[in-house]
Design a protein around this ligand. Structure first.
Ligand code: HEC
Ligand code: HEC
Ligand code: HEC
Ligand code: HEC
Ligand code: HEC
Length: 232
C-alpha cells in the first residue's frame, strides 16, 4: 500500500513541538519579566524624595531602628516614620539643608511652600498580596532585620539585599539556627562572634551559629513550612 504522507512529513511532529516549545518558553520569560514587580528584585534602589541616610542616623548618631520603625516589634507591618519623627530633630538641626525641602513642605507651617502632605517615600520591599508575612513574629523570636534586609546601618540609600523569594523564606524556616540571636541583639546590626561570650559560660559555644543552635533548643523555635503558614 502506498504511503499517504510524503517522506518529509516524518519530522513534522518534532518541528511543531520545537516551535511550540520555543513560543511557550518565550511567553513564560516575558511574563516572568513583566509580571515581577521591580520591588522584588535584589539591588532595587529607588530614588527617595529626601536622600535619607541610614548610615548617618543609625551608625553615626546611634538611633535604634524602633525610634523610627516603631511598630516593627508590636505589629505584623513595619511602618515607615511620619514627618513628625524627623521634625523632632530637624526643626533644630540642619534647618537650612536643601535636602530637607520636602520635610519643610510637609511639616513647617512658616515655610512658603507648606502643603502639610506626608512625604511620599518609595517602597523598596513588597511581598505579593497572596503572601502572609509578620514582622513581630520574627523579631520577637530572635531574627534580626539584618537577616532579611542586609546591612541597613551602612546604607546611604536603602536597597533590597535579599531575594525575598519563597525558597529564601523556606531556607531559613528549615534552618533558623543559622540566624537566631539573643533578643537583645536583634537591632544591633554589628552583632558578631565577639558578642557570643556575653550570653553563655559554655566554652564550646564560640560563634553566633553555635549560639543560634542553643537558642533554637532552649526556646523551641520551629518555624512552620506548611503552605498555610504563608498562604492563608
Ligand atoms: C531616623 C529614622 C530611621 C531610623 C533610626 C531607621 N530608619 Fe529605616 N527608614 C527610615 C525612612 C524614612 C525610610 C524610608 C526611606 C528609605 O527607604 O530610605 C526607611 C526605610 C527602611 C527600609 C526600607 C523600607 C521599604 O520601603 O522596603 C528598611 C528595610 C529599613 N528602613 C530598616 C531599618 C533598620 C534595620 C534600622 C535600624 C538598624 C532602621 N531602618 C532605622 C527611617 C529610619
Ligand atoms: C535624633 C535626631 C534626628 C532625627 C530623628 C532625624 N535626624 Fe536627620 N540628621 C540628624 C543630625 C544630627 C544630622 C547631621 C549629621 C551630620 O551632619 O553628621 C542629620 C542629617 C540629615 C540629613 C543630611 C542633611 C545634609 O544636608 O547633609 C538628612 C537629609 C536628614 N538628616 C533627613 C532626616 C529625615 C528624613 C528624618 C526622618 C525620617 C531624620 N533625618 C530624622 C538628626 C536627626
Ligand atoms: C524574616 C524577614 C524579615 C525581618 C526579620 C525583618 N523584615 Fe522588614 N520586611 C520583610 C518583608 C518580607 C517585607 C515586605 C512585607 C510586605 O510587603 O508586607 C518587609 C518590609 C519592611 C518595611 C517596609 C514596610 C512598608 O510598608 O513600607 C520596613 C520599613 C521594614 N521591613 C523594616 C524592618 C526592620 C526595621 C526590621 C528589624 C527590626 C525588619 N524589617 C525585620 C522581611 C523582614
Ligand atoms: C532568617 C530566618 C527567617 C526568614 C528569612 C523568614 N522567616 Fe518566617 N519565621 C522565622 C522564625 C524563627 C519564625 C518563628 C518560629 C517560631 O515561633 O517557632 C517564623 C515564623 C513565621 C510565620 C508564623 C507567624 C505567626 O504569626 O505565627 C510566618 C507566617 C512566616 N514566618 C512567614 C515568612 C515569610 C512569608 C518569609 C519570607 C518573605 C519568612 N517568613 C522568612 C524565620 C524566618
Ligand atoms: C515560609 C513562607 C512560605 C511557605 C511555607 C510557602 N510559601 Fe509559597 N510563596 C511564599 C512567598 C514569599 C512567595 C512569593 C515569592 C516571590 O514573590 O517571588 C510565594 C509564592 C508562591 C507561589 C507563586 C509562584 C511563585 O513561585 O512565585 C505559589 C504557587 C506558591 N507560593 C505555592 C506554595 C505551596 C504549594 C506551598 C506549600 C508546599 C507554599 N507555597 C509554601 C512563601 C511561602
Amino acid at each position: 500500500m502506498a504511503n499517504i504522507f510524503p517522506r518529509w512529513s516524518n519530522l513534522l511532529p518534532l518541528k511543531i513541538a520545537f516551535c511550540l516549545g520555543t513560543i511557550v518558553f518565550g511567553i513564560a520569560l516575558a511574563f516572568a519579566y513583566y509580571a515581577t514587580p521591580k520591588a522584588q528584585v535584589v539591588g532595587y534602589q529607588p530614588t527617595q524624595p529626601i536622600p535619607f541616610s541610614h548610615k548617618i542616623h543609625v551608625d553615626q548618631l546611634g538611633l535604634d531602628c524602633r525610634y523610627c520603625h516603631s511598630f516593627v516589634d508590636v505589629a505584623g507591618h513595619s511602618n515607615v516614620p511620619s514627618g513628625n519623627t524627623c521634625w523632632n530633630c530637624h526643626q533644630h538641626v540642619q534647618k537650612d539643608s536643601p535636602k530637607l525641602e520636602p520635610l519643610h513642605r510637609s511639616m513647617d507651617e512658616s515655610y512658603p511652600g507648606y502643603d502639610g502632605k506626608p512625604i511620599e517615600w518609595v517602597r523598596v520591599h513588597k511581598a505579593p498580596d497572596y503572601v502572609y508575612f509578620n514582622h513581630s513574629a520574627h523579631v520577637n523570636r530572635g531574627i534580626s532585620c539584618q537577616s532579611c534586609h542586609g546591612d541597613v546601618n551602612k546604607m546611604e540609600v536603602v536597597y533590597q539585599a535579599e531575594s525575598h523569594s519563597m525558597g529564601w523564606c523556606l531556607d531559613c524556616h528549615r534552618a533558623p539556627e543559622e540566624h537566631l540571636r539573643p533578643l537583645e541583639e536583634v537591632y544591633n546590626l554589628n552583632y558578631n562572634d565577639d558578642d557570643v561570650k556575653k550570653y553563655t559560660t559554655d566554652s564550646s559555644i564560640k560563634t553566633t551559629k553555635d549560639l543560634g543552635k542553643q537558642l533554637k533548643d532552649t526556646f523551641n523555635v520551629h518555624p512552620k513550612t506548611s503552605c498555610a503558614t504563608c498562604h492563608r
